[in-house]
Design a protein around this ligand. Structure first.
Ligand code: NAP
Length: 258
């Protein structure tokens, strides 16, 4: 089977699906036939634009709003998802959950406040934990969960230590969930991007920083959102059925050697 329509009949929820890496994942999964719930937290225009782009490509999508990192966020998200889905011609439930929404915290340990720390953990760690909890009864057997991690859980990068810790916890969730959900045929994996060109990295506008980050990859360039979406697409397809509990490096070979 080609990749065309290999996700036909499936429903996917991509958190932070409106922009950056999530947008590329949403577009890719929709191109393969999935009905995609494009989640966003603040930027409704971006979410609507992504939904429109998917429609223009011949796919199906709807926007789902829920701010993450606030009390009750996961419940709000699932209520919005259920409501949005009821307006589509689809069965209740979900086949693919991509926990992608996240924020960064570009501060070394000495400059991280308690407020910063709580915020980045609330969005990047606590929210996906409870989103997964809410997914347990909605996720169909044979389903897929992908958690978007980061290369900095493999190698040290002290300028963003608290952020790296949030994703380290997500990696632990990934292996534990894979064990728990295996009997239902559900795979759970983490995909770890490296330096990827999105709005999360405004410093990439500086040519010197671009060059420095590009040089970290063995390919000598920054990652593009589609580089990550292609990996996710494999994992959520039937081709990925025998891969679970894994941390998949999608950094373009950052820091492979000394
Ligand atoms: P991005 O371009 O800034 O997009 C972030 C997405 O998450 C947006 O859709 C945003 O929606 C949503 N989001 C952020 N905070 C939210 C909140 N509090 N509530 C609800 N939604 C929220 O970021 P990205 O670079 O694509 O990053 C996607 C994922 O990849 C993140 O988990 C990030 O940690 C990870 N990652 C990125 C890189 C990189 O270099 N880009 C590297 C490694 C890992 P709204 O704007 O509507 O809130």
């Amino acid at each position: 089977m080609t990749t065309t329509q290999r996700l036909g009949g499936r429903t996917a929820l991509v958190t932070g699906g409106s922009r950056g890496i999530g947008r590329a994942i949403s577009r890719r999964l929709a191109r393969e036939g999935a009905l995609v719930a494009v989640h966003y937290g603040h930027n409704q225009d971006a979410a609507e634009r992504t939904v429109k782009e998917i429609g223009a490509d011949g796919g199906r999508a709807f926007a789902v709003h829920a701010e993450l990192g606030v009390p009750g966020d996961a419940a709000t998200l699932w209520a919005a998802f259920d409501e949005g889905l009821s307006g589509q011609d689809a069965e209740p439930g979900v086949d693919i959950l991509v926990n992608n929404a996240g924020i960064t915290l570009p501060r070394p340990l000495a400059h991280v406040t308690e407020e910063d720390y709580d915020r980045v953990f609330a969005v990047n760690t606590k929210a996906p934990f409870f989103i997964v909890q809410g997914a347990l009864d909605r996720l169909r057997d044979g389903g897929r969960i992908v958690n978007i991690s980061t290369g900095v859980t493999r190698f040290a990068f002290p300028p963003i230590v608290a952020y790296a810790m949030t994703k380290g916890a997500l990696d632990v969730l990934t292996t534990n969930l894979a064990q728990e959900l295996g009997p239902r045929g559900i795979t759970v994996n983490a995909v770890a991007p490296g330096f990827t060109e999105t709005e999360i990295n405004p410093t990439l506008a500086d040519p010197q920083i671009r060059k420095r980050y590009s040089d970290h990859s063995v390919f000598g360039r920054l990652g593009q959102p589609a580089d990550i979406a292609d990996v996710v697409s494999f994992l959520v397809s039937d081709d990925g059925r025998w891969v679970t509990g894994q941390w998949i490096d999608a950094t373009g070979g950052v820091h492979l050697g000394v």
